[in-house]
Design a protein around this ligand. Structure first.
Ligand code: FRU
Length: 519
């Protein structure tokens, strides 16, 4: 495995911010072809090679953000799962690490989470360390093949050297299975009010909550969800956390649940519920699903434990089980979303979860391709832009009727439009390049309702990488994330302002630096 050099791991606290930023850059001098394959994301995380799905074990510890992930090291399609591993100082520049968890006699290593056991409640540490403890699902293939229902159990493992090496708990599986077919994806966190560990996991059509004092023995305390939200498919990858409602002192609990299939635009998607958690039960008066992202490529996302200032940082898998195995990359398959900050917003007496890229993503902005342009009401502007694979497009407007089209020399295009009549944002990738590899990929436009929008004059921010597009409207109150596979970079930007009174202001296009290569 090729290692990236990130010298900051040793940096002292006296270095200035500017120096830190410099040192954050990953220099890859030995191999100039590194991360240049066709469609290779330039500022998103993707494995060096082979198959990746869900983010796992998102935890910050001792200056390092860990990203573990579902990984099959032998092929570019899903197979026996391991936990791959990468680390970062800023969640934008990543250093690849060796595989952290391998399958064992209890099964393959499915999704899960990790915590810092600060007080050594687990007693895994013997010399005063604070162990990192991972909780994950064991999937026993033999059991599944034999037609049993109890082949998924929960295991734990610990690390005493900040994730460098892992030891499996000898009492595994820590939670057995009484015959629940889909029983997986434990998310563990420390519940401050009751001074105990809570685990959320999913069981087919609902979430289950457990409590523990030592991370080893778990007691089932409640269930949620049989009659709540979307049920078009199996529930997966739960997450539960508390957030302040932006601009107030009010606090709410948010439960995130991925579901496959059953997402609003097809296949896999992530719904959320806003309510209360009293240490035992999650309750909400919300019955209908709310969706974290209306694109088809943001799945199985969860948040970091133990962030430095309590920020709620989310990373999702940028793919969809409908076509994840068929996307046209050769060396590796799939990438993660950019890290996103989650916030809770109250809009007209209702609550919404916004997700918006972390500020560290903006530090990658470099050359100005378009600067401070205005598109008056009723006007259309067509701009030639240098064909770059990765850029950030941004503007502000009160117009709810516009169309933005990105085109390349092969006549391929992606369209993002807002329509006040249908009150929706849409993304059209039907003519975006390679789409024919799977029937669902390019067969329809993706729609998002505009209901949560808060500000009259709102911002549209678009992150374009070689094989993805992420659209954030009004600080991430409406989000759409889609994969795309254009055969050439886009070199024309057409912005049509279809509103008769409102201008589109401050249009800018900035190149984004690659995080995998020096300039
Ligand atoms: C979600 C998921 C999880 C499971 C993992 C297996 O994408 O199906 O429920 O743990 O992937 O790789």
């Amino acid at each position: 495995m090729q290692k990236l050099i990130i010298p900051i791991l040793l940096c002292c606290s006296l270095v200035s911010c500017k120096q830190e930023k410099q040192q954050n850059k990953v220099v890859q001098p030995e191999n100039e072809k590194y991360y240049t394959e066709v469609y290779r994301p330039q500022f998103h995380f993707s494995p060096e090679e082979k198959w990746m799905n869900d983010p796992n074990g998102l935890v910050y510890n001792d200056g390092i953000f860990h990203l573990f992930y579902q990984y099959y090291p032998e092929d570019i399609v899903w197979g026996p799962m391991h936990w791959g591993h990468a680390v970062s100082k800023d969640m934008v520049h990543w250093e690849h690490k060796p595989i952290a968890l391998y399958p064992d006699e209890h099964g393959l290593i499915f999704s899960g989470s990790a915590v810092v056991d600060k007080n050594n409640t687990s007693c895994f540490a013997k010399n005063g360390e604070s162990p990192l403890v991972a909780a994950y699902t064991y999937h026993l293939m033999e059991g599944e093949k034999a037609g049993k229902n109890d082949f998924q159990t929960q295991g734990i493992a610990y690390s005493l050297d900040n994730g460098e090496s892992w030891t499996k708990y000898e009492g595994n599986p820590a939670i057995g299975n009484d015959g629940i077919k889909d029983f997986r994806d434990p998310k563990v966190f420390w519940h401050e009010a009751s001074q105990k560990w809570i685990m959320a996991l999913v069981a087919g059509d609902h979430a289950k909550f457990y409590q523990s004092e030592d991370l080893k023995e778990w007691e089932h305390i409640s269930d949620f969800g049989k009659n709540h939200g979307a049920h078009g498919g199996v529930w997966e990858c739960p997450d539960l956390f508390q957030l302040k409602v932006e601009g107030t002192d009010e606090e709410k609990w948010v439960l995130i649940i991925s579901i496959n299939p059953g997402a609003p635009n097809g296949g896999s998607g992530t719904q959320y519920f806003i309510g209360e958690f009293d240490g035992t039960k999650f309750t909400t008066d919300q019955t209908e699903a709310k969706w974290l992202d209306y694109g088809t490529d943001n799945y199985a996302g969860v948040t970091y434990n133990n962030t430095p200032n309590g920020e709620r940082i989310f990373i999702g898998w940028m793919s969809n089980w409908d076509y994840a195995r068929d996307t046209p990359t050769e060396k590796w398959r799939s990438a993660m979303t950019v890290p996103r900050n989650l916030s809770l917003q109250k809009v007209e007496e209702d609550y919404f979860l916004a997700n918006y890229p972390l500020a560290s993503v903006d530090e990658l902005m470099s050359a100005n391709l378009v600067e401070n342009l205005e598109v008056a009401s009723g006007e259309t502007k067509s701009l030639q832009i240098p064909g770059v694979h990765q850029s950030k497009i941004q503007f502000r407007t009160a117009s709810k009727d516009f169309r933005l089209t990105l085109k390349n020399a092969e006549g391929e295009s992606v369209e993002i439009a807002m329509d006040s009549k249908s009150k929706s944002l849409l993304l059209d990738r039907m003519n975006s390049g390679k789409v024919e590899f799977q029937a669902e990929f390019g067969n329809k436009k993706h729609h998002a309702p505009l209901t949560p929008l808060k500000n009259e004059l709102y911002e549209v921010s678009i992150l374009l990488d070689w094989s993805s597009i992420e659209v954030f409207v009004d600080g991430g109150l409406v989000t759409l994330t889609d994969q795309i596979f254009p055969n050439q970079p886009f070199n024309e930007l057409i912005l049509e302002n279809l509103d008769s009174t409102q201008a589109i202001q401050n249009v800018s296009v900035r190149k984004m630096e690659s995080v995998w290569r020096s300039k």
